[in-house]
Ligand binder design. Structure first.
Ligand code: ZN
Length: 224
């Protein structure tokens, strides 16, 4: 009789940090030996790996593939259409350091806030770009469900999530410096982080803020 292996101790999902997005990737264990694969299926990422591997071995495999997967996910994001979902925001929310009410916007909420965010980033990005001696070619504001920013370094394109402006400006500025630094280092190497820290000493505090409040900020914008 075939022995059925209990998979309880094995990770069911894997949180992969890609740029400033955290993607939850479902793990599926297969009978096939030796092969692992990351696949994009129905809008979700699924990691396939053999079920005869120990959990620690799986963890080290995932780490080893991190860079490849980041690359794959970023290229998939380039292909996928931007989200047109119109989020509704809880009545009161913080915006550029002030409390605002969604009642003042009606149906035009996302359009108005994207416009305001576009103006904010268009003014603020050049300030840090000059300090860092960088010249981004284009700055766009978009609606993301899980990212604060993105940098397509070859095109010199920086993209920011409008929902980020619910955070204090010193947190927003960290994301600006982070994305600008990707124009030099399209990775999260030691050199990348030392560039970010050099131009933005409050980096650890800002990262902590996003870690603690990011989910709420993302959800606030899409919650009913
Ligand atoms: Zn990054």
């Amino acid at each position: 009789m075939k022995k059925i292996r209990a998979l309880n101790d094995y990770p069911q999902t894997w949180a992969l940090q890609v740029d400033q997005c955290v993607l939850e990737i479902a793990i599926k264990y297969t009978r096939r030996r030796g092969s692992v694969a990351l696949k994009y299926q129905n809008g979700n990422w699924v990691f396939y790996c053999p079920q005869n591997l120990a959990p620690q071995k799986i963890a080290s495999l995932l780490k080893g593939y991190q860079a490849d997967f980041e690359h794959l996910i970023v290229s998939q994001q380039l292909k996928s259409a931007p989200s047109n979902q119109i989020p509704s925001i809880a009545t009161e929310f913080s915006w550029l350091g002030e409390m605002r009410s969604k009642l003042e916007f009606g149906d035009s909420l996302e359009r108005v806030l994207i416009g305001e965010a576009q103006q904010y980033f268009t003014e603020k990005v050049p300030y840090y770009a000059t300090q860092m001696r960088l010249q981004p070619k284009q700055i766009k504001v978009k609606s993301y469900q899980a990212c604060w920013g993105n940098c397509y370094h070859q095109r010199g394109l920086l993209q920011f999530n409008w929902k980020l402006l619910q955070a204090p400006s010193w947190v927003v500025d960290y994301v600006i410096v982070h994305e600008l630094a990707h124009l030099v280092h399209p990775n999260h190497s030691t050199d990348f982080w030392s560039l970010v820290h050099r131009h933005y000493p409050q980096t650890p505090q800002a990262k902590r803020y996003l870690k603690e409040n990011g989910q709420r900020m993302m959800h606030l914008a899409i919650a009913e």
